[in-house]
Design a protein around this ligand. Structure first.
Ligand code: PLP
Length: 443
């Protein structure tokens, strides 16, 4: 019997014992093709020899030094690497141990930025319904997933929400994608005016929505208009690229494709590719300057900030991605994946939508394609698909959830950037089999 408190208390988890490239192996020697990179983490696949060598080399020199005493070569080098390729106006980066910590840091930086400027009355964050920004209390507070928040609501900071930008569910039949993008962004302005812009700190959104909606990019022009609205009303734009960032969508930062630069941006999963726990908050120049010319202190910190081993791992991951031109492979294999998904599922009676970018794709399941009615949540279709896929040696990342009964089950695919054409074929074939098995008898 395990003494670990697993998330699903009554579930028997297989023991993962080894990994190789796009495969994980359990204790019985069964191979699983990692089509979701865990949760969009393992961008380089498993056991990459160069990453392991860089980590060993770092361990031989220095495993840990507390950042209130020292910086480290690995952390400084990673900072240089990240800033060399950062979005416009980002001048510094704060290194933490994961996505939730990166979001917490962004929220606190945003608040402190206004405090440094004497605008202490600002207290609201605006985020979007059905979003996920992490499970620590601050990140959970800006997350707009009602189910996750419910039992913790009394102890969370107040946040306000607007609808997500989600064409499949929210674009009207007679509306162009651009007009919908404008309308969806204007909801932010309406919320700002309702709250009083002078009380608002920031708008928080994922550039491409991952876990909660399943790889949903913003409608054309949406994020540019959001940027304009934030600027017009003097609030900060925080983009959460913990899941969709660091190359997952085919560009290093997903926001490059939307032509938008944030004031603060979070990354994590693909940063270290799972080789070590690491995340980062990118900091806009005006925020850094306000701290530097003000109190001279970011009032925050964790014991493992800038951990040298994690930084060495992330630096090696990013080096391999750049040297091997893996973002080109994300584009090529991404196009193949899209085409294969469309060929396999475009006419499928239970597939309502296929969307994504790069190697980040979501397939949304519906009980009725005409009405877009989701399956009864009690069926837990997403969980069934996950276990049918696992039985077939395929890892996919499923999720169920509703916004006012409007969205249902989806499956998220986020295969490693090293995936081959054969891997992509196998992913779609096994996913097809898993969906057939999970929906058997439902037609
Ligand atoms: N933000 C987004 C968009 C995420 O998808 C996640 C995790 O899935 C987080 C934040 C939290 O990251 P972590 O689980 O590393 O704390």
């Amino acid at each position: 019997m395990s003494h670990l408190l697993h998330r699903q208390i009554h579930h028997d988890y297989p023991v993962g014992v080894s990994g190789q490239g796009v495969y994980l192996f359990d204790a019985a020697g069964k191979a699983y093709l990692d089509a979701s990179g865990g949760a969009a983490v393992s961008c380089l696949g498993h056991q990459h020899p160069e990453v392991l060598a860089a980590m060993h080399a770092q361990l031989d020199k220095l495993a840990y030094a507390h950042t209130s005493f020292f910086t480290s070569e690995a952390a400084e080098a990673l900072g240089d690497e990240l800033i060399a390729h950062a979005p416009a106006n980002i001048s510094h980066v704060y290194l933490v141990s994961g996505g939730s910590e990166a979001v917490e840091a962004a929220l606190k930086m945003a608040r402190q930025y206004f405090v440094e400027r004497g605008e202490t009355g600002r207290k609201h964050f605006i985020a979007r319904r059905q979003s996920y920004h992490g499970n620590t209390l601050g990140a959970l507070a800006v997350g707009g997933n009602a189910w996750r928040r419910q039992q913790f609501a009394p102890i969370l900071i107040d946040s306000d929400y607007i609808d997500p930008c989600y064409e499949y569910r929210y674009r009207q039949a007679d509306e162009t994608a651009e007009a919908y993008g404008r309308r969806a962004a204007d909801a932010l302005e309406a919320k700002l005016l309702e709250l009083g812009p002078e009380t608002v700190i920031a708008f928080v959104a994922e550039t491409v929505v991952g876990a909660t909606l399943g790889a949903v990019p913003a409608a054309p022009g949406y994020l540019r208009r959001v940027r304009e609205i934030c600027d017009r009303h003097g609030i900060l734009l925080i983009l959460d690229e913990v899941m969709c960032g660091m190359g997952r969508t085919g560009t290093l930062h997903a926001c490059e494709q939307d032509g938008v630069a944030p004031d603060l941006m979070t990354v994590a999963k693909g940063l270290g590719g799972g080789y070590a726990p690491i995340g980062a908050t990118f900091v806009g120049k005006q925020i850094y300057d306000a701290f530097a010319q003000g109190s001279g202190l970011f009032q925050h910190g964790h014991t493992y900030v800038g951990h040298p081993l994690a930084c060495a791992a992330a630096l090696a991951v990013q080096h391999v991605i750049r040297r091997d031109g893996l973002l080109d492979n994300v584009e090529t294999r991404g196009r193949q994946l899209e085409q294969a998904l469309r060929e396999r599922f475009d006419e499928h009676p239970f597939v309502g939508d296929i969307r994504g970018r790069g190697l980040f794709w979501g397939v949304e399941l519906v009980a009725d394609r005409e009405t877009k009615a989701p399956f009864d949540a009690k069926l837990r279709l997403h969980a069934r698909i996950k276990s049918e896929a696992l039985a077939r040696g395929l890892m996919v990342y499923p999720m169920g959830g509703t916004i006012d009964g409007r969205s249902g089950d989806h499956v998220l695919l986020a295969p490693p950037f090293i995936s081959t054409a054969d891997n992509v074929e196998v992913i779609v074939e096994r996913l097809g089999e898993a969906i057939e098995a999970a929906t058997a008898g439902m037609k």
